[in-house]
Design a binder for this molecule. Structure first.
Ligand code: KMH
Ligand code: ZN
Length: 273
């Protein structure tokens, strides 16, 4: 059994196709990406989708088509983003669960997001969480700062454990407006996690990607990587395919004597089996 969960976040909602033609924005590109990332060692895919003009969308029928195409083409755990883009209305973000993913992201509070605001008011967080319990979808708690770690304590105290009984967290670090992508911030956040936490991963945005991956490995955490979070392999060296980012952290994991989990290992970790 593997002991390193690698999640790939291949697309995101922020980068335009015009700025980055190799970003997987069509369903065909997404499935091809997911397949190559699975072969490289990813076990879960964090999905944002685009419309025919490559713009972020939460259109339900497209989300449903995406879930079934990924189920058919891969064995990956399918996590739909409920964060969407900073422009998506809260009601559209709740409707994401109608597409019946295995997992959904669930951000624990409002965050300044560069020049924008990623809105997650407390009533919305609670509603989305209760909906995930009802719909039997496993949430991944996305934490952008230490205050959101405290909010996770409140949420679990008030509403109990997620569907599946496991508490899986992803620390999203280095967003301008959130906690920095440093080893010090990672250690502080990990120490503050609720005792009920059964697994955690981390991702560092942009230049912080390697610092966060190395810190997460040394603290025993799991990893998320992908073009949602970083578009270069080094200064001036663009990522050409998400598979490169997955392969790089699988190699870091190998050096740390960690073995990538299979999708079924991941399902056990997340309470999906
Ligand atoms: N695109 C960001 C505003 C999530 O997927 O849940 C939010 C985000 C988090 O990416
Ligand atoms: Zn996302």
């Amino acid at each position: 059994m593997g002991d390193l969960l690698v999640t790939v976040a291949p697309t995101g909602a922020e980068t335009t196709k015009a700025d980055c033609p190799q970003l997987p924005t069509t369903l065909e590109e997404l499935v091809e990406t997911a397949q190559r990332c699975e072969a490289a060692g990813a076990a879960m895919v964090h999905v944002h989708i685009r419309d025919d003009d490559h713009r972020p969308t939460l259109e339900l029928s497209r989300l449903e088509d995406t879930v079934s195409a990924l189920r058919e083409g891969t064995d990956l755990v399918i996590q739909l983003s409920t964060g969407g883009s900073v422009h998506d209305p809260l009601e559209d973000r709740l409707r994401v669960l109608d597409a019946e993913p295995d997992s959904c992201s669930l951000t624990m509070g409002t965050t300044n997001f560069g020049d924008d605001v990623f809105l997650n008011p407390w009533p919305f967080v609670q509603e989305l969480y209760q909906l995930s319990q009802e719909r039997r979808v496993v949430p991944e708690f996305e934490l952008f700062d230490l205050g959101q770690v405290a909010a996770l304590h409140r949420l679990l105290a008030k509403h109990g454990l997620p569907y599946g009984g496991k508490v899986h967290v992803d620390l999203v670090m280095g967003v301008p407006g959130g906690m920095p992508g440093t080893a010090d911030a990672l250690v502080a956040a990990v120490h503050a996690l609720p005792d009920a936490t059964t697994s955690w991963s981390a991702t560092g945005i942009g230049r912080s990607t390697l610092a966060v991956a190395l810190a997460a490995l040394s603290k025993g955490g799991h990893l998320r990587v992908g073009m949602e979070d970083v578009l270069t392999l080094a200064r001036g060296v663009p990522v050409q395919h998400n598979e490169q980012l997955v392969a790089r952290v699988v190699e870091l994991g190998r050096l740390a004597q960690r073995t990538p989990m299979s999708p079924d290992d991941a399902r056990a970790l997340l309470g999906l089996l």
